[in-house]
Ligand binder design. Structure first.
Ligand code: KPL
Length: 286
């Protein structure tokens, strides 16, 4: 089985290393920024507690049908990155979506029989050139709405720490979205590491934003647990030393994923006639 990787950033490369450790072949799809003179991509990863860099090589994909795709581009690049590969996707391609945010696959032109497996992780890693520092290997859940996982999942779960199959994946996606909607924009606005949000300076802002997110998500999902502040606080603690992906984007002058995180919440709020001024302000600012 060949897995194709679209988006070899921090999380995509980390997932590729787990796939390789599980014995799968991983080939990279070019996203248009070909690293010159190379027949593939080189990545070096440092895991928590390690002081060595582990090297992985991802050859460029050979021509052929793509039947297993790991999508890990920035949410805003989804359409542009996927478009050239759409004609090569098998009608029943399995697409594991490891992106932040919601709504980015809407209308991109995937085959009708695509099986989308959503992956939700609170692991944290950041990339500097070819080097990826893995800050925390936390729980990752995957699911496609079905009770039992596909065949490949058991081998992957041997290599991917704390990977679980989850039937109620939509609830997990909303929980992750809520966490990202607090940590990412606040760290990006204040240019601080995730753990700094725990200081008393940022607590009132974190609390008010979490409350507004709970209000919107309660309208989206009757079973929303209303615990955004507690969850965001827990993840800020567990990933204290990480630079959030949104702050990394701001520092590198890249577009942020705000439209697919807080922007998604603002759109859901608008559909239901709910005010979400704090989220709207963050979208406007970032
Ligand atoms: O997902 C993240 C991100 O930065 O995008 C968290 C979990 C907040 C880790 O930084």
């Amino acid at each position: 089985m060949i897995w194709h990787l679209l988006g070899a950033g921090a999380m995509g490369s980390l997932a590729a290393s787990y796939l390789q450790s599980a014995g799968f072949t991983v080939e990279a799809l070019d996203v248009g920024h070909h690293e010159p003179g190379k027949d593939g991509l080189l990545r070096q990863l440092k895991f928590p507690g390690d002081d060595i860099w582990r090297e992985i090589r991802l050859p460029w994909a050979r021509a052929g049908v793509i039947d297993h795709l790991l999508l890990a581009t920035k949410a805003g690049n989804t359409q542009e990155a996927l478009s050239p590969w759409l004609p090569l996707l098998a009608p029943n391609v399995t697409l594991v979506n490891l992106q932040n945010g919601m709504g980015q696959l809407d209308g991109v032109g995937l085959p009708d029989a695509v099986c989308v497996v959503s992956a939700v992780t609170t692991s944290a890693a950041w990339r500097d050139g070819i080097r990826i520092t893995v800050v925390a290997e936390n729980i990752t859940v995957m699911g496609d709405g079905g009770v039992s996982p596909p065949d490949w999942f058991a081998s992957l779960a041997q290599a991917w720490p704390k990977l679980k199959w989850c039937q109620s994946i939509r609830a997990r996606q909303l929980e992750k979205l809520a966490i990202n909607a607090v940590i990412n924009p606040l760290t990006a606005c204040h240019r601080c590491k995730n753990g700094a949000l725990l200081s008393s300076t940022y607590q009132p802002e974190m609390r008010d934003l979490s409350k507004e997110i709970d209000k919107v998500l309660t309208a989206v999902d009757d079973n929303w647990p209303n615990d955004t502040l507690a969850r965001a606080t827990d993840i800020a603690k567990r990933t204290a030393e990480n630079t959030s992906s949104m702050l990394a984007d701001v520092l590198a002058n890249r577009p942020t994923e705000i439209a697919f995180i807080n922007g998604w919440l603002v759109r859901e709020a608008q559909k239901r006639g709910i005010a979400a001024p704090l989220n709207a302000a963050l979208v406007a600012r970032l």
